[in-house]
Write a new protein. Structure first.
Length: 360
């Protein structure tokens, strides 16, 4: 047994798309690197710049940035994009991490409206991560990216993922024009429940229209349009629509949105649901199979005491990215300065993520 990094990333590279089948080569994404930006390269899919850009920061750049903000974010490119799996494993050992659960980077945004493109790209990604899992001897587990524009293909790829090291399904709180409570997803939830797969709602947005509508005038993103607020609404919608009651064995995780907002959602639910003879249970999240990743800075003792209990919190490093969520030492920092007991720390970094991701 050992620590579980509940939120780590892989940064896709041209190697990812080498896993396209010969018939799918026409869907291969291409990289476009602007002349005025030496740290980002953008993916071109279906003739458009789509998906999250490819991070090309050097470790020296990240060391400097880490020193400036006081949080370690420095990783080697070959460890970020898994060109060198052994380098990733070595760094995990240095951080005291036994297993990392890998989430995508490119698919945090909607990459296409075409089902055939999505089927091809998700299939290549899943075959690539299956190979990574084998190379890591099981220490790099992964969340499957499924082509949700085509449910039959999604269910087919789910079977492959289950057999090849995946431990759950990555979903976005908005998937095109659909929310996670849409009955369209019920066949997926039913299959996930039967195969002991969880649903990881990582901060993301599968609606290009929503991103475009909320972008700032200068083209930048912030709290409102850079994913986080959508997860807040998704938790409310999930519980309010009774999805946990429809699928009582299914587990949902809210990943990389911190956890301070959870009491707000519980408060709003109570205002709508509480009656004289019917009160929401204090252990609502646990009963609903809902887990949340916290971040350093969250008041973990308060969250445990007021609305989350001991069995729903996890924590991740956001390994591979370099943003407000990234903190490679997060699991250790939580132990040293989180204001919690050793027993609670073990639950957050080991017991709870193992329960959520179905890890032995």
């Amino acid at each position: 047994m050992g620590w579980i990094d509940a939120d780590a990333h892989v940064v896709e590279s041209p190697l990812t798309w080498d896993y396209l089948t010969p018939a799918e080569k026409k869907f291969r994404p291409q990289l476009f690197k602007p002349e005025d930006d030496n740290q980002k390269a953008h993916w071109v899919i279906d003739g458009k710049i789509r998906g999250l850009f490819r991070f090309t920061f050097s470790k020296a750049d990240l060391d400097k940035k880490s020193a400036e903000i006081g949080r370690d974010m420095a990783t080697d490119m070959a460890a970020r994009d898994l060109a060198d799996v052994s380098a990733r494993i070595k760094h995990m050992d240095e951080l005291g991490i036994d297993i990392q659960v890998l989430y995508t980077s490119i698919f945090l945004d909607q990459v296409t409206e075409r089902a055939d493109t999505e089927v091809a790209l998700c299939g290549a990604y899943n075959r690539w991560l299956a190979d990574v899992w084998k190379q890591s001897k099981g220490r790099l587990r992964w969340m499957a990216n499924l082509p949700l524009l085509s449910m039959p293909d999604a269910l087919d790829q789910l079977k492959f993922a289950k057999e090849n090291g995946a431990c759950g399904i990555f979903m976005r709180p908005l998937e095109g024009t659909r929310q996670i409570s849409d009955p369209y997803f019920f066949p997926l939830y039913e299959r996930a429940e039967k195969t002991n797969f969880c649903i990881g709602l990582h901060q993301s947005n599968g609606s290009a229209a929503a991103v475009d509508m909320m972008v700032n005038p200068d083209g930048s993103r912030d709290f409102f349009n850079q994913y986080r607020i959508f997860n807040v609404g998704a938790m409310f919608r999930l519980i309010n629509c009774g999805i946990p009651q429809k699928f009582p064995k299914l587990r949902f995780g809210f990943i990389e949105t911190a956890a301070t907002w959870v009491p707000w959602v519980i408060y709003e639910l109570r205002r709508r649901w509480d009656k004289v003879d019917s009160k929401l249970p204090e252990d609502l999240l646990e009963r609903c199979g809902i887990f949340v990743t916290c971040q350093i800075g969250d008041d973990v003792p308060y969250l445990i005491k007021t609305c989350m209990g001991e069995n729903t919190l996890m924590i991740g490093t956001d390994y591979g990215h370099a943003d407000s969520s990234t903190e490679l030492d997060a699991l250790t920092t939580l132990k040293d300065s989180g204001g919690i007991s050793a027993e609670i720390h073990k639950k957050i970094v080991e017991d709870n993520p193992r329960a959520f991701y179905g890890l032995a």
